[in-house]
Design a protein around this ligand. Structure first.
Ligand code: PBG
Length: 326
């Protein structure tokens, strides 16, 4: 059958029908909000390239958690911005480190919030790379050893979920084995399986002070000209024990999300990264675009592509609107 018997507009004339036949939905439960914690006291520092996003010292966290809770956001991803760093990022597995202290504080005061701990070395190394440098490059296996120590330390401090974002080979396997040995069989790993070397992370480097002092991350993060390689990364991480996979960036990588969704039966989390946020912030700050409509369309596109959940700096503002049922 075809036109004139078929008229697809019949389903579009009435808003009740339009709503009834929607096949993609965005819920507050889908949103994960990134929180940056820094050393010091009484600090709420706006991130230069990310308007209205802040680094908080631990004593100031209640301000942002009150917003998270009142907007009914149920999960956050935590990033540490420590004052002290070292060659190998060993500070990352100090039981009194910035994230460990923040985790204890948050889990005690806000036990209802799911806390995902980002697991990486780049915020903790003096050179800003994601691992230990040997012969001028990040050494895979030494870095995995350190990451595994960090994983245990974060789990002990109360992390509900671990999210390794370093792109070293074999880290999911080692982290899984070590978590299990230490009694954390129940702690899920949400692996950043597909993380491209991307200019979209630019503003995050202001947020987390993790710019590499030399070189770039192309020997460990993926080449953005590749698609099939992402399938291999996902397959390996699933085999190593990943419980969900994170794909990052998201907006220019919807094809990858969709391809992974078609091929694998595993929950996908899209990371709507800093550069995506800052572009929207700049354009809407100039009244060039309609902020809420644009954000909503972007986030829906990630869900439509196949994501189950989305990490987004827009989470609070969108949740506020969703709760009002706009
Ligand atoms: C590294 C990390 C990065 C982001 C999250 N974790 C950046 C990087 O590789 O430099 C980027 C997130 C964003 O841009 O919002 N641990």
């Amino acid at each position: 059958m075809s036109y004139p018997n078929v008229r697809l507009r019949r389903l579009r004339y009435n808003s009740i029908i339009r709503d009834m036949v929607e096949d993609t939905h965005l819920r507050v439960e889908d949103l994960i909000y990134p929180v940056f914690v820094c050393d010091g006291k009484n600090i709420k520092k706006e991130i230069r390239s990310m308007p209205n996003q802040f680094q908080f010292s631990i004593d100031m966290l209640p301000e942002i958690f009150d917003k998270i809770i009142s907007n009914k956001i149920r999960s956050i991803i935590l990033f540490g911005v420590p004052e002290k760093k070292d060659e190998h990022g060993h500070v990352s597995h100090n039981s009194n480190g910035i994230i460990q202290t923040a985790l204890k504080f948050i889990k005690k005061k806000y036990p209802e919030i799911l806390v995902i701990a980002d697991l990486c070395n780049c915020q903790y190394t003096t050179h800003g790379h994601c691992g230990t440098i040997i012969d001028g490059d990040v050494d895979n296996d030494t870095t995995v050893e350190n990451l595994t120590k960090q994983a245990i330390s974060l789990a002990k401090a109360g992390a509900d979920v671990l999210a390794p974002s370093d792109m070293m080979d074999g880290r999911v396997l080692h982290i899984r084995e070590s978590l299990d040995k230490n009694g954390f069989q129940k702690t899920p790993i949400f692996s950043y399986s597909v993380k491209y070397a991307s200019a979209f992370y630019g503003p995050f480097r202001d947020a987390a002070n993790n710019s590499p002092s030399h070189g770039d991350r192309k020997t460990y993060q993926m080449n953005f000209k590749n698609s099939s390689e992402a399938m291999r990364e996902i397959e390996l991480d699933i085999n190593e024990g990943a419980d969900a996979v994170i794909i990052k960036p998201a907006m220019s990588y919807l094809d990858i999300i969709n391809r992974v969704k078609a091929k694998f039966n595993i929950p996908i989390i899209a990371y709507n990264v800093s550069g995506e946020f800052s572009m929207v912030a700049a354009a809407s700050g100039n009244n060039w675009i309609e902020r809420f409509d644009i954000i909503f369309e972007i986030l829906i596109s990630m869900k439509r592509a196949g994501a189950s959940a989305i990490i987004s700096y827009h989470a609070l503002e969108i949740a506020e609107k969703l709760n009002k049922n706009v």
